[in-house]
Design a protein around this ligand. Structure first.
Ligand code: MOS
Length: 767
């Protein structure tokens, strides 16, 4: 069944809207006032009567064994209600890390500590300060073990092993199509380069943690998560509870970026502390703890060899990546070869990816896992190939636009907007003129060099998917309650879904209230992530609203004594087409008054079986590089996205600006620094030393140019997903702009003044 034939449970077929009245408009967030005024209650704002505060004792070493723990002094400290370790009855629970390639089962408080910050013990006390003091009073005897924090060294024979089987995470994964040897022989130019991307940290504003409260056998957890049902499942599994006994609530989320897709150890620790004390427990990590323990974008080293003919035809790509997800399976190489496999047409491709354990905090998915890293390599290589054959960089990409997913059995995409992203983006940016002007400006001999660059991308898992169930309730007064399990991770999900209801029912946004992200009261869905929230939820929301509409028409038909097919919606009324006088107010419908409510249930149908739904993007930017200081000033950015239909132009633009901002961080400022020599510890675990881009690093001149191609196949909303494709090309586009400005090919992130200064010096004076 293709999505164009998508039917709701009543068998009604929903085709993508043709004309819309609300969808596509710029609409401010429905909860904007609450967010801006501080009235919104985030999980970290939760305060319950009798609540205790939890704190976790964490390993201060990169690698160690716990020999003994003495909690006696801590237990006697003022305000302390409980101290737990792995030996405390009921607290010796298992914790499992699972990825497609590996599974490791440890204890929640495991005596073998494989990274700095790993959990050793925990305390609940009357105040957060008492909890912190008590943590410090726990005496632990550690056997400090040799560590390894460099992925390459971790593969060497004499490296300290994190596991008995060594440091490799499963087998090296390989992919191959065609014959790369023949492909390189056919090429006019073959280039080879090694690229690095540094480890990035998510650093959402709201800290990780939760409030946990037991009512007899039932546990309620307030967690700022991207997916309440995923956290429910994680907690239930670890504690051996029925799903029905675990309620997870996450009405607001202060940023996630992939770091909040599953339950964390802190959820379990809080639940155990609450169970031991019989009191609610609030346990939120410190910023420093989140830097060490709740995820990161894995660093990757990528070697890429590419062959191209003089006419711009790619003949072969050979790619080898080494990544690390830290001390536990964290998908250090997840999708890190995807763009090489599938962004451009190329008959001969070979990739291998190796994931290795090091003594560092485990990775978690981070906005477009693997893709910005791979774009950093591939899109710089495309730039270099273009130069080598004397072709315009945009032209070279246009020469190699795919219409099919070559890496997935040559299945066609529903739409491929890459060409439009490149062409319309280049036109709107003024690409040719900007490149020319930059080249002219460089001839004046100034130490301030202008450069212009671009890059492209696609996102592997676009288009959303089942399962999603949504309920739309229409009350007797015509007001509506939208009930959905999805989290709004700050991207505007609630607003977009309210717009879908408003579009379908013809009622104003203010009449729609939203219940969401509560496993106890809202309907099942998967986490908000993977750029799939809108394309997953919107079709279900639309189907639910559509069901309400059909029921309303049937009721109105009975009141007006006409067939539903003859009726139309007129704001708060339903009337007979062509008969302006004959209508009934929704709030006056006889059956609605009797029943008090109409329920519409919407269930997300499957995606088309014979097509891939894939968003595409391209970005263009202009920079100034100071040759004396190595500073890069980003002057402007333009992001084009083929994400299908624009649901809300305002939140769409915000996603693009956010994606570009995040990509600027990857390119210019962000890097986790581990001390590989003496301690293995992270040395920049705070917002001062870990450099996020600030307002001064981000250009005021940012433009979002949506490429709205009609996609009748992807789903009944016509949207393909935006959050991740909006950050994939950014860093590579900046590197290409820096190259354009200076002639220095920056193969490693971040392009800090220090790194760039070194590159400029080794490239020769002035350039
Ligand atoms: Mo995303 S990395 O699926 O939040």
């Amino acid at each position: 069944m293709s999505a164009a034939e998508y039917r709701d449970e009543s068998g009604q077929s929903l085709r993508p809207w043709k004309d819309t009245t609300i969808i596509g408009k710029p609409m401010p967030r429905v909860d904007g006032y609450e967010r801006v005024s501080g009235a919104a209650v985030f999980p970290s704002d939760t305060s319950l009567p009798g609540m205790l505060y939890g704190a976790i004792l964490r390993c201060p070493h990169a690698h160690a064994h716990v020999k003994s723990i003495d909690t006696r002094k801590a237990e006697k400290m003022p305000g302390v209600r409980v101290v737990i370790t792995g030996k405390t009855p009921g607290c010796g629970v298992d914790w499992t890390y699972t990825t497609p390639t590996a599974m490791v089962k440890i204890k929640l408080f495991d005596p073998h500590l494989r990274h700095e910050g790993e959990e050793v013990a925990a305390v609940a006390a009357e105040t957060p300060y008492q909890a912190c003091d008590a943590i410090k009073a726990i005496k632990v005897e550690y056997e400090v073990l040799p560590f390894v924090v460099d992925p390459k060294k971790a593969l060497e024979g004499q490296a300290p092993a994190l596991y008995e089987g060594g440091n490799r995470v499963g087998k090296t994964q390989t992919y191959e199509r065609g014959d790369v040897t023949r492909g390189f022989a056919e090429a006019d130019v073959v280039l080879e380069e090694t690229y690095h991307t540094a480890c990035e940290l998510h650093t959402p504003i709201e800290l990780h943690g939760c409030v946990a409260k037991w009512d007899g056998p039932r546990l309620t957890v307030w967690e700022p998560t991207q997916g309440v049902f995923a956290v429910q499942a994680g907690i239930a599994q670890v504690l051996g509870l029925p799903l029905a006994n675990v309620r997870v609530i996450g009405h607001y989320v202060g940023g996630g970026f992939g770091s909040r897709l599953t339950a964390g150890k802190y959820d379990i620790v809080a639940a155990l502390l609450a169970r031991k004390t019989g009191r609610p427990v609030k346990l939120f990590l410190t910023r420093e703890e989140t830097y060490l323990c709740v995820g990161n974008r894995p660093p990757d080293e990528m070697r890429l060899k590419a062959g191209v003919k003089k006419d711009g035809t790619l003949t072969a790509l050979e790619y080898s990546a080494l990544g690390t997800g830290g001390a536990y399976p964290g998908s250090g190489t997840s999708n890190v070869d995807w763009l090489v496999r599938d962004l451009y047409t190329c008959p001969n491709v070979r990739t291998d990816t190796t994931d290795v354990y090091i003594n560092a905090g485990p990775a978690r998915p981070f906005r477009a896992p693997g893709h910005p890293q791979c774009a950093w390599a591939l899109e710089q290589m495309m730039d270099a190939l273009a130069e080598a054959i004397g072709m315009e960089p945009v032209e070279l990409r246009l020469k190699n636009i795919p219409s099919h997913s070559q890496a997935r059995g040559n299945i066609p995409y529903t739409t491929t907007g890459l060409k439009q992203c490149l062409e319309e983006g280049a036109r709107a940016f003024g690409w040719k003129e900007a490149r020319q002007k930059a080249a002219e400006s460089r001839r004046n001999g100034s130490h301030i060099r202008r450069g212009v660059g671009m890059a492209a991308g696609l996102w592997v898992v676009g288009g959303g998917r089942p399962p999603v169930t949504v309920v739309v309730k229409l009350f007797a007064d015509g007001s509506v309650n939208l009930n959905m399990g999805a989290s709004d991770i700050g991207t505007g999900t609630k607003t977009v879904m309210a717009m879908v209801v408003a579009e379908e029912l013809g009622i104003p946004l203010e009449k729609i209230q939203i219940e969401n992200a509560d496993t106890g009261t809202t309907q099942f869905t998967t986490p908000s992530g993977g750029s799939k929230t809108v394309p997953s939820e919107a079709p279900a929301v639309r189907a639910a609203a559509f069901s309400v509409k059909q029921q309303l028409l049937a009721m109105a038909g009975r009141d007006l004594k006409s067939s539903p097919a003859e009726l139309e919606f007129r704001g708060g009324s339903i009337g007979v087409k062509g008969n302006p006088g004959k209508e009934v107010k929704i709030s006056s419908l006889t059956e609605l008054k009797e029943r008090g409510v109409i329920l519409g249930v919407g269930i997300r149908g499957p995606n088309p079986a014979d097509k891939w739904v894939t968003p595409f993007s391209a970005q263009f930017c202009e920079v100034e590089v100071n040759l004396n200081t190595g500073e890069v000033k980003v002057l402007r950015f333009l992001g084009t996205n083929d994400s299908g239909r624009v649901m809300n132009r305002m939140t769409f633009e915000c996603q693009v600006y956010g994606g570009i901002t995040m990509g600027i961080g990857l390119a210019l400022t962000e890097a986790r620094v581990l001390d590989g020599n003496q301690t293995g510890k992270m040395v920049n675990r705070n917002w001062h030393d870990y450099k996020l881009p600030t307002a001064l690093d981000v250009p005021a001149d940012m433009v979002s140019l949506p490429i709205e191609m009609d996609d009748p196949w992807c789903n009944s909303a016509g949207a393909k997903g935006l959050g991740e494709p909006a950050t994939i090309p950014t860093a590579a586009a900046l590197a290409n702009a820096v190259y354009n400005a200076t002639g220095a090919r920056m193969t490693s992130t971040p392009m800090s003044p220090l790194q760039l200064g070194e590159a400029l010096a080794s490239r020769g004076k002035g350039g």
